[in-house]
Design a protein around this ligand. Structure first.
Ligand code: SAH
Length: 400
């Protein structure tokens, strides 16, 4: 048999295996690439980025995941009734009907098992399920967050009222089944909203948050904290971003759109100082606490719109040597990019979660004298859409 036929047979085997992999495939809509091989998916995602960045810069091979399953460290389940029985699952794409899911290819397996076991406890504890239609019922969602490096597990019970029947016994029963759980929190969400979490947290067990280690720093992650959901690939992404910045220890660096400060803290040991800029006040609070806990003393944070903060810094005559920017899917603003040019860094490292807005912004930055030298796609969300591929780019000031 020739090599080509052999490869074809291997591909067919993989395809059949994938098609049988998930009972909810076709209903939940999450896994666009479920029917193909992972290799083919990576090729298509890389090609998608090449197409978007055509004429802008060369694109390096995509960084894929060694074991592209069960990478989600945060899992949210919703509950519903079918013929009087409670089932759990996830919302169908762009809808509010619940697709039954007991185990998901993308989700952490411990988290999935805990959710199934919580579902099993509900009846005997007489816990009712919240209905969006009638607005009656107690339990809206269960969210699980697991620190992949520390093994810590946080269970968040999202409820409409803080009065949870026999809560101590419920926690006891849960811990008996899952001694790996390190914390249980009641999150009260009594609003008519599609947001999963409410504002109020009541700690039922443990410290109320988990910790996880990423690029040698330890991060505190509570119910509401933003934290990348695929820590294995995030590590590769941040390492690449810091490598591209080519830091020598002398630089003034900016980490714009910094969230809880993960990129900036990874870069801090290699730079003179780092300034993080972030809109979300809670994330800034976490960022400050994280820097303190990790004894990173050369990083500071500004809370506010990145465009406004940078404009102000440009007006004050500030300078930066390197700018990291990791904006949301909508991309950056012209005000931000105009000010970056005034701050006159040698290098910009752009981390993007949307190749389309990335292409738009890279073209704008080129007009400001910053040319993109290279781009590396990173598959942060295996099996999901190519539009969700993350890309890290290096831009340098000067001639093309
Ligand atoms: N760099 C972080 C977060 C990236 S997500 C990480 O890798 O974890 C994008 C971040 O941009 C979010 O934290 C969001 O709150 C923030 N953000 C959105 N709009 C912003 C704006 N106009 N100014 C500053 N930050 C903004």
């Amino acid at each position: 048999m020739n090599q080509q036929m052999n490869q074809q047979m291997e591909k067919t085997k993989l395809k059949t295996k994938n098609a049988n992999k998930c009972a909810a495939a076709g209903m939940c809509g999450g896994c666009t690439y479920i029917n193909g091989s992972y290799e083919k998916q990576l090729t298509e995602k890389e090609q998608y980025v090449r197409t978007q960045l055509k004429g802008i810069c060369p694109v390096n091979p995509i960084i894929g995941m060694k074991n592209p399953y069960h990478y989600r460290n945060k899992v949210t389940a919703t509950f519903s009734y079918k013929k009087g029985e409670i089932f759990s699952g996830i919302y169908e794409e762009k809808s509010h009907s619940v697709v039954p899911v007991d185990s998901c290819l993308l989700e952490d397996q411990t988290a999935d098992q805990i959710i199934c076991d919580i579902r099993g406890l509900l009846k005997s504890f007489k816990i009712t399920i919240y209905s969006e239609r009638t607005r009656y019922g107690l339990l809206r969602h269960v969210m699980i967050r697991r620190g992949f490096t520390t093994g810590e597990v946080l269970v968040i019970l999202v409820v409409t009222s803080p009065v949870f029947p026999s809560k101590n016994n419920f926690v006891k029963a849960l811990l008996k089944m899952h001694p790996e759980i390190t914390s249980v929190v009641l999150n009260v969400n009594d609003r008519m909203t599609s947001m999963v979490l409410g504002d109020r947290n009541i700690v039922l067990y443990g410290k109320g948050y988990i910790e996880d280690v990423l690029c040698n720093n330890r991060f505190r992650i509570s119910a509401q904290s933003f934290y990348q959901i695929n820590p294995v690939q995030t590590q590769k992404l941040y390492e690449k971003a810091v490598e591209l910045a080519n830091l020598t220890g002398e630089e003034i660096a900016i980490d714009a759109y910094c969230g809880i400060g993960t990129i900036g803290m990874t870069a801090a040991s290699k730079a003179k100082t780092v300034l993080g800029i972030e809109l979300n006040a809670l994330a800034v609070k976490d960022a400050i606490a994280n820097a303190r806990a990790n004894h990173v003393t050369n990083i500071h944070f500004l809370q506010g719109d990145a465009g406004e903060q940078m404009t102000q810094m440009a007006e004050e005559g500030s300078h930066a040597d390197v700018v990291f920017m990791d904006p949301p899917r909508s991309g950056s603003s012209e005000a931000f990019m105009d000010s970056v040019a005034v701050l006159n860094p040698k290098r910009i490292v752009y981390v993007s979660c949307n190749p389309q807005t990335l292409a738009r912004d890279l073209k704008y930055l080129a007009k400001k004298g910053y040319h993109t030298k290279q781009a590396t796609p990173v598959d942060m969300f295996p099996w999901t859409k190519a539009e969700h591929v993350e890309t890290v780019c290096l831009l340098e000031k000067g001639k093309k």
